[in-house]
Design a protein around this ligand. Sequence first.
Ligand code: HEC
Ligand code: HEC
Ligand code: HEC
Length: 227
Amino acid sequence: MAQKFEVSEWANFSDEEPEMSWNCRWGILVLVFIIGGCEADHQNVGAQQPVAKTAPSRPPIPVARPAPPRSAWLRLQADGIHDVDNPALRLLQQPEEALSKLPRAAEGNNVDWVAALRSGVIIPRTNVFPETKIKVLDRDVIMEKTAGMPMVRFPHRPHTEWLDCKNCHDRIFKAKRGANAVTMRAILQGEFCGQCHGAVSFPLTQCSRCHSVPRPSRVRPGTEPTK
Ligand code: HEC
Ligand code: HEC
Ligand code: HEC
C-alpha cells in the first residue's frame, strides 16, 4: 500500500506541491485574460460608432444534402455479442472501418445497401453454382391496405437483385397481387416483410421507406379542378 505512489510522477506532483502549482496556473490564466482584454480594446479604438457585437461573417458552408443522423457503430468489444476474453477478437475488422465507406442510411446498420449495390461500391457474387439462373424482376406492386398510412410500394427489382424468387414465392407470399393477408401487426411479429426487415434488411422503424406512396387526396364533389 505504501508503495502505491512510488513510481507515479503525477501522484508526486499532486501530493507534494499542490498550492504552488495551482497558483502558477491561476497566474497564467489571469494573464491570458488581461492580454485578451487589451486586444479587444485595441480593436475598438478605431470604431466610429458602437458596433453590435455579432460573430464575424463567414462565407456560408455549402450543405448539399444534410447527412442523415447516424448512431455510431459499436466496437466489437462493446457489442455484447463477441467474447471480449477471446484474444483473436483483435484480428477482426471493426464495423466502422468497413461500413463507414458505404452509402449511408439513417438507421439499422447505417448502410443503404440498395444504393451500395447500384453505385457499384459493392459487387456481391450472384451465384455459387454456375448453372443458377439470375432472374431480376422489375415490377412494383402497390399494396393498398394501409389504413391512414401512405400505401406501400413493394419493389421487385431491389429484392431480386439480392434474392431468388424462391425466397418469397410461395413460402412467404403467393405470387398474386392482393392474395396475401398482410398486416402491420404480423410484420412486426416477424412474418411477411418482417421475416427480413428488422432482421437482415432495413428496420421496421423506417416506415416511409415502405409506406412511400401518398394516397390521392379525396376531392369533394363539385370542387374538382376545371380543365
Ligand atoms: C422479397 C420477396 C419477394 C421476392 C424475392 C419475389 N417476390 Fe414476387 N411478390 C412479392 C410480394 C410481396 C408480392 C405482392 C403480393 C401481394 O400483393 O399480396 C409479389 C407479387 C408477385 C407477382 C404478382 C404481381 C401482380 O402484379 O399480380 C408475381 C408474378 C411475382 N411476384 C413474381 C415474382 C418472380 C418471378 C420473382 C423472382 C424473379 C419474385 N416474384 C420475387 C414478394 C417477392
Ligand atoms: C418493410 C416494409 C414496411 C415497413 C418498414 C412498415 N410497414 Fe406498415 N405495412 C407494410 C405492409 C406490406 C402493409 C400491408 C399492406 C397491404 O396488405 O396492402 C402495412 C400495413 C400497415 C398499416 C395498415 C394497418 C395494419 O395494421 O396492417 C399501418 C397502419 C402501418 N402499416 C403502419 C406502419 C408504421 C407506423 C410503420 C413504421 C413504424 C410501418 N408501417 C412500417 C409494410 C411496412
Ligand atoms: C426475403 C427477405 C425480404 C422480404 C420478405 C422482404 N424484403 Fe424488402 N428488402 C430485402 C433486402 C435484402 C433488401 C435490400 C437491403 C436493404 O435495403 O436493407 C430489401 C429492400 C427493400 C426496400 C428498399 C428499396 C430501395 O430502393 O431502397 C423496400 C422498399 C422493401 N424492401 C420493402 C419490402 C416490403 C414492403 C416487403 C413486404 C411486402 C418486403 N420488403 C419483404 C429483403 C426482404
